[in-house]
Design a protein around this ligand. Structure first.
Ligand code: NAD
Length: 397
């Protein structure tokens, strides 16, 4: 079939297998060009578990582990398989492409597709590690999900993207209608806050580490990190100090709990704060498309624009595998300074204050945002023939 993007609201409902393969190849080539292994002061990862491995920051972590350090990688994701009539999800095609490239390079790559929040998938993962790897020395936690079924009670929790304390009126850009307009977001109630913490907080990260450790599949001195976005004043009302921010604060609690509960194995756990960029998760958050279109404009002018792969390659060399990495008072790594420093934020704020429906496309880099949005689904990628008839059914082995 000839596959063209089908965009519905903030999501694209199909994906292009050849485009996704090209995007994975581009990220692999970037990592190879960076020679991350020789830039790392410590010995890099050898056997890596990536929870949320198929898109965004998790995929970039998998690619950096494998093609930067030659690590064996086991991925966990939740993706839809293609059929003759319907394409698979981008994460499905990315995973298939990653497997092909890893295997061609002689690197172990296996993926478990299922609900990472469930104990069943945790147990399947443990068995797979026992069988194939023995132990893992790096565990990346990069899930982004709107809901989670509690494995103890079966209760389904849903996350909400709302301010906390008081309502908030701000500008937003509706990608569907090409419209800059004001929105008022009502404050979350306590139940919505609690449910968001249940989904996007640290409970599941901690549960993974405890179960893996009890099964004896975590190597002595292993590292684990979970990703967060902290941001600055412009995004605090809807992110940092909102429901999702409170959930992310719970990652700090979980990091301490993991260090404590796995101390006999000397496991280090750090939250890593990354920059805002276009992923399937961030495009669903109100205000973020407008904010990201503006930061792309400013950061491209400053020459500091980065995508997932650049952020993660930097995280590995300057934090995870550096001898004395800088951490803040919560023991977090930071990779977002090029976005959140005062001078850059002041430029973004000046644009933010001026932006209207009329000048939006001049003041922002929405073209760059939209290009990267399409790239997430394998579209608008250089070197891909989008008129060609392609088979949507691609499997991984
Ligand atoms: P993403 O949507 O690109 O990736 C999410 C991954 O989680 C995918 O691999 C998906 O398959 C997997 N997943 C979701 N639900 C699952 C489930 N139930 N079981 C198994 N796998 C599941 O998201 P992303 O933007 O890369 O976000 C990853 C992490 O990085 C999140 O914690 C996010 O908060 C954080 N982060 C994102 C940004 C940003 O701007 N995008 C910035 C900083 C931090």
């Amino acid at each position: 079939m000839v596959i063209k993007p089908k965009i519905r609201g903030f999501i694209c409902t199909n994906a292009h297998p050849a485009g996704c393969a090209k995007s994975v190849e581009n990220q692999i080539n970037y990592v190879k060009s960076q020679d991350v292994k020789s830039k790392s002061e410590l010995q890099g990862p050898k056997k890596v578990l990536v929870i949320g491995s198929s898109t965004g920051y998790g995929l970039a972590s998998r690619i950096t582990s494998a093609f930067g350090y030659g690590a064996k990688t086991l991925g966990i994701c939740f993706e839809k398989e293609p059929s003759e009539r319907k394409t698979g999800t981008a994460g499905w095609y990315n995973t298939a492409a990653f497997h092909d490239q890893a295997k061609a390079a002689g690197l172990y790559a296996e993926t478990i597709n299922g609900d990472a929040f469930s104990d069943d998938i945790k147990k399947t993962t443990i068995e797979k590690i026992k069988q194939d790897l023995g132990q893992v020395d790096l565990i990346i936690y990069s899930l982004a999900s709107p809901r989670r079924t509690d494995p103890d009670t079966g209760e389904v929790y849903k996350s909400t993207l709302k301010p906390v304390g008081q309502g908030y009126t701000t500008k937003t850009y509706d990608t569907d209608k090409d419209k800059v307009h004001e929105i008022t977001l009502e404050p979350a109630n306590q139940d919505e806050i609690d449910q968001t913490v249940k989904v996007m907080g640290g409970e599941d990260w901690e549960r993974w580490l405890v179960m893996l450790n009890e099964a004896g599949v975590v190597a002595k001195g292993a590292k684990t990190t979970a990703y967060t976005y902290i941001g600055k004043e412009l995004t605090w009302p809807i992110y940092g100090q909102a429901t999702i921010g409170l959930a992310k604060e719970d990652l700090d609690r979980a990091a301490s709990a993991i260090i404590d509960r796995l101390k006999s194995n000397n496991v280090s756990a750090n939250v890593s704060s990354l920059k805002a960029l276009v992923t399937q998760a961030s495009s669903a958050i109100p205000v973020m498309p407008l904010y990201i279109s503006l930061i792309y404009k400013v950061m491209k002018e400053e020459g500091t624009h980065e995508g997932c792969i650049e952020q993660i390659a930097g995280l590995y060399t300057t934090c995870l595998y550096a001898a004395n990495p800088a951490v803040d008072n919560m023991n977090r790594y930071h990779m977002e300074d090029n976005e959140t420093n005062d001078a850059t934020q002041a430029k973004i704020k000046a644009l933010w204050d001026r932006v209207t429906q009329e000048n939006f496309h001049d003041l922002s880099d929405y073209a760059g945002y939209h290009h990267e949005f399409l790239n997430l689904f394998g579209f608008d990628i250089q070197g891909v023939d989008y008129e060609a008839d392609v088979d949507p059914v691609v499997n991984w082995s």
